[in-house]
Design a protein around this ligand. Structure first.
Ligand code: ATP
Ligand code: MG
Length: 732
């Protein structure tokens, strides 16, 4: 065990780690050791005799929590580190809700709906209400509901306080209130919570039931939050409530890295901290330990252009380092080819391992070209942020069976598998069942368990009644098994007796075979889960706990072998908090980065600039920028202009790799986009068309910013003092 964990800290870091009592905020730039401080502070608390039982640490990803735990274990030992409560807001409060959800009428084994489940429910609601699906697009509706929930606008407050909602939205989406209400009712009926509910419902319980609040206040005497700048209002309130007894709260963050405002992240949380805890100690860390001087200076230079920020000094004492190299590509394929060759070369000439490299981009749709280029060179890579393993169809199918066993009210699960594999139960039958369930206010599962009785009433023929009866007998048999067998045995039995495995095995194409393998993998993961839980002091190997834990698993959490030597590909959003020796920041083009969705207002542009700052500050030794002058997008070749961010980096920090083709080279003072102006013939041959400001269908995953929540109203809810974005103190 490490005895001298404090010696590796500089003075302000030491202060932040050892000031254990009372509120403390560390507001500091990228790479200055905020996460390290948080980690060491936890180790220090335990070393000082605080029981890990009383410590709660909230991190941005579960993976970050695991890494911090490992680090803490090296100081305080495995067993203390193990019993710490650490994880994302969602995973920690999902766990608490399992014990407390009964206060608000939810079963303890409530289902957690992922995005797809929520969308399915919303689609049905919009259909039932016979609304125009062009106006009430499920994804748009879901984004609105999410924004309401994260601002604690419940159905009731939506109805009672129409001024909370922007006039535009009230006028154009008149039925949002109805949809919201139906959606919440459906989830409640199904015994299900969506991701935002995990926070909203926690808030509800903590507010309505003082005894529950008191219990957790007493338990979590020391609360620590990483990446505080990206917490939303709902998260802010939970932390505030829990910390209000002991006030041993430590938050660390960097306003310059606030990049999730489209999900409701809220800069006011940092401002509020000082208001909520006037005696809070504020520590600033100025030394960046991660990056070379060139990288730090360039990043500072760019972010200084933002008007909304706390002024910070960040410097690096590391080597000056190489300049940032800029590559101008002719096309997206050319850009990807450059990146792959460059990685290959550095791997061989500078002994970099593949895992030292990251390729960061603004949107997921940019990945493919890089994957092709890396494959051509046999460079191992991993794309982060894809579908989580647990979201693959075959895996979700088997999970739906299991969900139904645990929570028979989970209609989404039931409808997914009642006729899968095919059992001759058609849509008409299901519609009749759904209508009856609504009319009689009986869960679908209750209808099925007494289908002999209800069948005739609903107008089903005897053949259909028999099929439904058989299905329910199967489910009941599994439920009996669940009482005596472990999760692995139950899942195995379900996979076989439901006919799922046989159905999948009949498909002998490579895709079919890999689906069977995925089911096998799911079964294996259950074995792993049982072993893991058996080792834990308060382990819970139940199926309900298994389902709860995987509902919150993201693709990032599934990094089975963190030491695998692979290049990392991810969006800038996902790269937050991480570091890599060599970073390629790609696609630096206007309308791509800054995104065409986010360049119309100053606020949006400033958030894009913060993203740029996050991206650049991931690099330790070397950063490469690249852009293409033409790009294959949405089915056609479009020409592109270099990103304005390129011209915001002072030329002292930059080296152009292919300057022969550059038109001019302009220094910072005479700054214009002309450094990256393109007047070469290859550009001119494409007709220039300004991109339309609509969301192309192929970019469906890119959600528009949540603009429709009335900003003033939001600010009023979020920041009761009424501070608007204009009075954020610059140069605090
Ligand atoms: P970000 O804002 O990107 O989340 P951060 O402020 O959390 O960054 P860390 O990730 O904690 O910064 O630290 C950045 C790097 O600097 C890490 O590799 C960390 O180990 C190293 N580091 C931090 N403090 C020190 C120190 N006092 N001495 C040596 N290395 C340090
Ligand atoms: Mg960090």
């Amino acid at each position: 065990m490490e005895q001298n964990y404090l010696t590796g800290l500089n003075e302000p870091q030491y202060q932040a780690v050892t000031t254990t009592q009372g509120p403390l905020m560390v507001l500091a730039g990228a790479g200055s050791g905020k996460t390290r401080v948080l980690t060491m502070r936890i180790a220090h608390l335990i070393t000082q005799g605080i029981s890990p039982f009383h410590i709660l640490a909230l991190t941005f990803t579960n993976k970050a929590a695991r890494e911090m735990k490992d680090r803490i274990a090296r100081v305080v030992g495995e067993s203390d580190a193990k019993s710490l409560w650490m994880g994302t807001f969602h995973s920690v409060f999902a766990r608490i809700l399992r014990s407390e959800a009964h206060y608000i009428g939810f079963p303890s084994n409530f289902t957690i709906y992922d995005t797809q489940d929520s969308l399915n429910v919303l689609k049905k609601v919009v259909k039932e209400l016979s609304l125009d699906t062009d106006i009430y697009k499920p994804k748009k509706v879901m984004a609105r509901i999410s924004a309401y929930k994260n601002n604690l606008i419940t159905v009731r407050s939506y109805q009672q306080n129409p001024e909370l909602i922007e006039a535009d939205e009230r006028a154009n989406m008149k039925h949002m209130g109805q949809i919201y209400q139906r959606y919440v009712e459906q989830c409640f009926k199904n015994g299900a919570m969506d991701f935002d509910d995990l926070l909203l419902r926690t808030n509800e319980i903590l507010t309505r039931f003082p005894e529950v609040l008191a219990k957790y206040q007493d338990r979590f005497r020391y609360i620590l939050v990483d990446e505080y700048q990206d917490t939303n209002h709902s998260q802010y309130l939970i932390v505030k409530a829990l910390a209000s007894k002991f006030e041993n709260i430590c938050v660390v963050g960097d306003d310059a890295q606030s990049i999730y405002s489209f999900r409701g992240a809220n800069i006011y949380n940092i401002l509020n901290f000082k208001k909520d805890y006037p005696d809070a100690v504020t520590v600033s860390l100025e030394q960046n330990y991660r990056s070379t001087q060139n990288i730090v200076d360039a990043a500072n230079d760019v972010i200084a252009r933002n008007t909304q920020q706390f002024k910070k000094n960040v410097f690096s004492d590391n080597e000056i380092g190489e300049k940032i190299k800029v590559y101008r590509a002719l096309s997206d394929a050319d850009e990807a080819g450059f990146v792959a060759s460059n990685i290959w070369e550095l791997h061989h000439t500078k002994q970099h391992r593949f895992k030292d490299f990251a390729i960061l981009y603004r949107t997921n749709s940019q990945t493919r070209a890089f994957e092709d280029a890396l494959r051509k060179k046999n460079i191992p890579y991993r794309v982060y942020g894809g579908l989580s393993f647990y979201q693959r169809k075959e895996v979700k199918d088997l999970l739906a069976y299991l969900r139904l066993l645990v929570n028979p009210n989970d209609n989404e699960a039931l409808l997914r598998i009642v006729n899968y594999p095919a059992r001759g139960i058609g849509e008409t039958t299901l519609n009749k069942l759904i209508v009856a369930s609504d009319k009689e206010n009986i869960p679908l599962s209750s209808l099925l368990s007494s289908i002999g009785f209800y069948g005739k009433q609903i107008g089903l023929n005897s053949g259909t009644v028999a099929k439904l009866g058989d299905f329910w007998s199967l489910i009941s048999a599994f439920q009996v098994l669940l009482k005596e067998a472990d999760v692995y045995q139950v899942a195995m039995e379900v996979a076989q007796r439901s006919g799922l495995i046989k159905f999948l095995k009949d498909d002998q194409t490579p895709e079919g075979i890999s689906r069977v393998e995925n089911v096998q993998e799911l079964l294996n993961s259950m074995r792993g889960f049982i072993e893991e839980q058996q080792q834990l002091e308060d382990g819970d190997p139940s199926l309900s706990n298994f389902l709860g834990s995987i509902a919150l698993t993201t693709d990032q959490d599934q990094n089975k072998d963190p030491n695998a030597d692979q290049v990392s590909l991810m969006t800038i959003h996902l790269s937050k908090g991480l570091e890599f020796p060599v970073v390629h920041l790609v696609g630096l083009e206007e309308n791509l980065f800054p995104s065409f969705m986010s360049s119309s207002t100053r606020e949006e542009l400033e958030e894009e600039r913060r993203l740029f700052y996050v991206a650049l500050t991931r690099a330790e030794k070397q950063a490469f920028f690249s852009y293409a002058i033409s790009r294959f997008q949405w089915g056609k070749i479009t020409d592109a202009e270099p990103s304005r961010f390129l011209s915001e980096v002072r030329s002292d920090f930059i080296e152009l790799l292919n300057p022969a083709r550059e038109s001019r080279f302009v220094n910072h003072s005479g700054l214009s986009s002309s450094l990256f102006d393109d007047t070469s013939p290859s550009v001119r041959k494409f007709e220039k068309k300004p991109p339309k400001k609509t969301l192309p269908s192929s970019m469906g995953s890119l959600e528009p910013k949540s603009k429709n929540l009335k900003p003033v109203a939001t600010a009023r809810i979020i920041n009761p003092s009424g501070a608007s974005s204009e009075n954020i103190e610059v140069g605090d």
